[in-house]
Design a protein around this ligand. Structure first.
Ligand code: DGY
Length: 323
């Protein structure tokens, strides 16, 4: 029997490639990241399975060329880079990697929150530039306590709920806004309170974003919202860059409309050395590392393969969206 063809838009762990090779003809793109569109367009015509990453745009035009494609397996929990509806219409399964990255991403959100509120990275930058002059004074490098501050969680899925548990142990008050309110029992268990989006924005000392990027959440954090946030508040984003209007955020940070931000995701990645964010001190920047621990990335690879196996067999992936 001829082996099915699987294409990876970049390499994965050795164990993952080994496992894939046992079952399929595999080809890995080793060149420029993201893979040039022309190459992906040419490949998609001949393959049965595609392993992709959050920056690979899998839109309807690409799917139209995919005459033999049975399954798309993305190495991510986010799937806003894939036209899910169109894949479904074309009977192409889509697998993704939730759950296993919940802890790692919640940990990163929490660490970014401490970092920007206590000005850790800012201090690091000051020392590296040889600018540590003031020592231990009443007002030198003072940050903000987390204890007794109000954390507003925007999106209470797996990652948002896990962040709530972390924040509870730091004695924070936690409010949340979600498309759907969770059960009162679960709210009590987590010690959190449901509020409207408006109240979340007005009342939080720090807001952490945990919603997917959709038409509804696109640039939902913009000038209007920054003006309604407390002047002393912080914004943390480990979800997707496009949920924030970056131009407006840059202005808000410069004018101190809000106190600071910590970002792991950006409108367009990677950002360059001369990006306006790199010139602002009250922002902590991370290179999209929410799920990037060795343990989590290995688990993500296992799921990515499991999703391919099932999709190729014509079954629903272990973690599936759409179809
Ligand atoms: C994902 O998996 O979508 C996240 O962005 C990883 O950090």
């Amino acid at each position: 029997m001829t082996k099915k063809k699987i294409f990876l838009t970049r390499t994965l762990h050795d164990f993952a490639l080994k496992e894939l090779k046992k079952h399929y003809l595999i080809e890995v793109h080793f060149g420029k990241i993201p893979i040039p569109r022309k190459k992906l367009e040419a490949k998609i015509e001949e393959i049965n399975g595609l392993i992709c990453f959050p920056y690979d745009v899998i839109d309807s035009k690409l799917i139209d060329r995919a005459k033999n494609l049975q399954v798309i397996s993305t190495f991510s929990v986010g799937f806003d880079h894939i036209d899910i509806k169109y894949a479904k219409k074309n009977k192409i399964r889509v697998g993704y990697t939730p759950e296993v990255l919940t802890d790692a991403t919640a940990d990163l959100a929490f660490s970014l929150m401490i970092d920007v509120m206590r000005r850790v990275s800012e201090g690091d930058r000051i020392i590296r530039k040889g600018n540590w002059r003031k020592i231990y004074g009443a007002y030198d490098y003072v940050g903000t306590d987390l204890q007794e501050k109000t954390l507003g969680i925007f999106g209470l899925g797996r990652i948002g709920s896990t962040l709530a548990k972390r924040a509870k142990s730091f004695e924070m008050n936690i409010i949340y806004h979600n498309r759907k309110r969770i059960s009162i029992t679960k709210e009590k268990l987590l010690g959190i309170k449901y509020v409207s989006f408006e109240k979340l924005v007005n009342q939080s000392d720090v807001i952490s974003i945990h919603v997917p990027h959709t038409k509804q959440t696109n640039q939902i954090f913009n000038k209007n919202i920054f003006q309604k946030m407390k002047k002393t508040s912080f914004l943390i984003n480990t979800a997707r860059g496009k949920i924030i209007n970056e131009k407006d955020l840059i202005e808000a940070l410069k004018k101190k409309t809000i106190a600071g931000a910590a970002l792991d995701v950006f409108e367009s990645e990677p950002i360059k050395k001369d990006h306006p964010f790199t010139k602002i001190q009250n922002v902590t920047l991370a290179p999209h590392i929410g799920s990037s621990t060795k343990e989590t990335r290995a688990k993500m690879a296992q799921i990515t393969i499991a999703n391919i196996h099932l999709g190729i067999k014509g079954k629903k992936p272990k973690y599936s969206v759409g179809y």
